[in-house]
Design a protein around this ligand. Structure first.
Ligand code: GUN
Length: 297
């Protein structure tokens, strides 16, 4: 039997349609939500991600601007750019695309962004609130995965969710998010990582399997519980002579074998990626609502 394919693009467009209504209400009050994206250096993947985010903003009526800075920028200069954005009342959301060059301290940068405009949810105040079960801004990919599960008819409540990878951007924050006492979460979790001796012992027990290791096509059908919901958050660039660019983006899941065992599965591309973008937009709209004082969250 073949799994149902979860269409991330379709679910993301539902989210974006809902956002348009909220943006309309803001505009009636002369508030135009605006996102500032800070891009340091010329990493092709980062350029592409920022472009996709700003394009998605334009489509639903969010204004955006991209501040492009050279790889050689000093940490002090970058912090000063962020400080200017913090002070600009027309900007509601700020994101600094990662990774940053090695001479820049990422934690300092995350801490410099006003947590009320932190649409990536990377500021320690926002991550701390998530840990306390009182979230403010939740990182976009974990939030997108949670929405994908709920909106595809696979709520994690009471299920065993096995998460592969404890990275700062996806695995670790998702493990906290999906285990919160909340009607959309409430899952039992297992978090596997590089020191887990044999991940297949755990992957075979997951009603829901979240793959966020960055090990391309390493999770095969034989490692998956029959009928499981498999979410692939992997985005590794691998050589592909058949592609124009010479590479393609691969997930962590070996789709061909996994689709025969899973009950539901996300493709790469077209699964988690569009939801991440939709959640950056959602966080920007929420930031505009909160900053404009209508919402006391
Ligand atoms: N780089 C990879 N994922 C992300 C993300 O979610 N936000 C930012 N700012 N950079 C990233």
């Amino acid at each position: 039997m073949s799994a149902v394919i979860i269409d991330g693009k379709k679910i993301a467009s539902e989210v974006k349609s809902e956002l348009k209504i909220r943006i309309g209400s803001l505009k009636e009050r002369n508030i135009i939500p605006q996102l500032a994206a800070v891009l340091v250096g010329e990493n092709p993947a980062s350029i592409q991600y920022v472009r996709m985010k700003t394009k998605a903003c334009a489509k639903i009526g969010i204004t955006s601007k991209t501040i492009t800075l050279p790889n050689s920028i000093s940490e002090k200069e970058l912090l000063s750019v962020i400080n200017d954005l913090n002070k600009d009342n027309d900007i509601h959301g700020i994101l600094v695309q990662l990774p940053l060059p090695p001479h820049i301290n990422q934690l300092k940068v995350n801490m410099a962004v006003d947590w009320a405009k932190d649409v990536d949810g990377f500021h320690p105040a926002n991550l701390g609130r998530l840990l306390l079960g009182k979230p403010n801004f939740i990182p976009a990919t974990p939030l997108g995965i949670l929405e994908l599960l709920n909106r595809s008819g696979n709520p994690p409540v009471g299920k065993h969710t096995v998460i592969l990878g404890r990275g700062d951007l996806v695995g670790r924050p998702f493990s906290v998010l999906v285990s919160l006492k909340d009607k959309k979460a409430n899952s039992t979790i297992t978090l596997c990582h590089s020191a887990t001796p044999d991940i297949s012992v755990f992957t075979k027990q997951g009603d829901i399997l979240i793959c966020a290791m960055g090990k391309p096509e390493s999770i095969t059908g034989g490692m998956i519980k029959q009928g499981a919901v498999v979410i692939d958050a992997g985005t590794s660039a691998i050589d592909d002579p058949n592609s124009k660019k010479g590479y393609r983006i691969a997930g962590d899941v070996d789709f061909k074998s996994a689709v025969e065992v899973a009950g539901y599965i996300t493709p790469v591309p077209g699964g988690v990626g569009p939801m991440t973008i939709a959640m950056v937009l959602a966080n920007t709209v929420t930031a505009a609502e909160k900053l404009s004082g209508r919402y006391n969250g």
